[in-house]
Design a protein around this ligand. Structure first.
Ligand code: KG4
Ligand code: ZN
Length: 375
């Protein structure tokens, strides 16, 4: 079965072609146009601009995905599209395009929850990009295989931090989620405080490499609670206080603002001050990872699962992957993480989720839902 996936929930315009056969997904093409540079310039995502970029890129991206896969639109068996959560203007572009294609080509239309899509990046192991999956996995000494049920899935993205118990593809239960900021949001907002544009996660983890993760004892929000809820807004506030305390004369600044912290602290500061920034980043990253790993592993033990599966943009974080690899080995649970280019937003994961959740809807019934969550 060959599926076209379309993903336009935020600032990325993506299309991909997958072919599914039994439990295996082959990635035939994955194309992505990003408006990241534009959003970095404006200091964040401006929904109206993101939607306009989606309109601009949507058709060329689909055409490219079809061309790279070496197929025609007529050869498709179905069309899958993200219908939420996300920015309404961005979502509408993908949803309306998918509906039109479904109507014109007489192909089944499968609406997919973006967060569920992230999880299914872990089933794409037989693909063009699996070169990197294979390499990553073999260096992990994890056998190249598929996740087995029951499993715990952690979805960590810019807008969500969700923990789910999956007993099968159709038996999925939400164990907990974030009460306020998501883990990715915490990375992004703290990076912004230092003057770095979206997405802040990769920058924080890069600066953290030179820092001491034990230098600043940031709180581990809700780690002591016996539920599976998360909260990261307090950690962000603590990061703000700590930064202000160490750099009292500085102020938050827009990346274009020449007196922003980034310019003062990282570029012009003394070696000692630079180290302080590295320590702040390393300690922040450590606190976020500590909470994510410990809560996930607690759920894995409680539900006696066979696999732990992580996904979403933050799952590209190498330290998070290393920590999970270590903990899962200890608990004799198999650990899965997607190829790094499939951790962040892409359309292959949407097509993969559609293959395992093949529930076509009439095009008239499919609408964008920016507030969509797990049932
Ligand atoms: O899943 P995603 O691409 O988009 C959403 O659905 O939100 O996730 C984006 C998030 C951003 O918050 C970004 O800072 C974070 O993923 N991220 C990272 C890393 N790469 C991306 N966070 C920490 N470390 C990384 N290496
Ligand atoms: Zn996402």
């Amino acid at each position: 079965m060959t599926i076209l996936g379309i993903e336009t929930s935020c600032d990325e315009t993506a299309a991909a072609i997958i072919t599914g056969d039994k439990d295996r997904i082959t990635l035939r093409s994955s194309v992505l146009a990003t408006a990241l540079a534009m959003h970095a310039e404006t200091g964040g995502i401006i929904p109206e601009q993101a939607a306009r970029q989606q309109v601009r890129y949507m058709l060329p991206v689909i055409q490219d995905a079809i061309k790279q896969a070496g197929i025609t639109l007529e050869e498709l068996d179905a069309i899958a599209v993200t219908y939420g959560p996300g920015l309404i203007g961005s979502l509408l572009v993908g949803v309306e395009t998918a509906k039109t294609l479904s109507y014109v080509l007489h192909k089944p239309l499968i609406p997919i929850n973006h967060m569920l899509g992230h999880i299914y990046a872990n089933w794409i192991i037989d693909s063009k990009v699996n070169q990197s999956v294979q390499n990553e996995k073999s260096s992990d000494t994890t056998p190249l295989s598929l996740p087995t049920f029951p499993l715990i899935a952690l979805v960590v993205s810019g807008g969500h931090t969700d923990l789910l118990l999956m007993k099968s593809h159709s038996d999925i239960k939400l164990l907990g989620g974030t009460r306020d900021d998501a883990a990715g949001e915490c990375f992004d907002k703290c990076a912004r405080l230092l003057g770095y544009p979206y997405p802040g996660g990769p920058k924080i983890s890069q600066l953290a490499e030179k820092g001491n993760p034990k230098a600043i004892a940031f709180p581990r929000p809700m780690l002591g609670n016996h539920d599976y809820q998360f909260s990261f807004s307090g950690l962000k506030t603590s990061f703000l206080h700590s930064t202000k305390q160490h750099f009292p004369v500085l102020r938050t600044g827009h990346p274009q603002d020449k007196i922003g912290w980034q310019q003062v602290v990282v570029e012009a500061a003394s070696a000692k001050e630079k180290h302080l920034v590295y320590d702040l980043c390393a300690s922040l990253q450590e606190a976020i990872i500590d909470v994510l790993v410990k809560k996930t592993m607690r759920a894995a033990k409680e539900h006696r699962v066979q696999s732990v599966v992580i996904s979403g943009g933050v799952s590209a974080n190498q330290l998070l992957r290393d920590r999970f690899t270590e903990m899962c080995k200890k608990e004799a649970v198999t650990f899965f993480s997607p190829a790094k280019q499939l951790s962040t937003d892409n359309a292959a994961m949407i097509a993969s989720a559609a293959y395992f959740h093949f529930t076509p809807q009439k095009w008239q019934a499919v609408t964008a839902d920016p507030e969509l969550y797990f049932d």
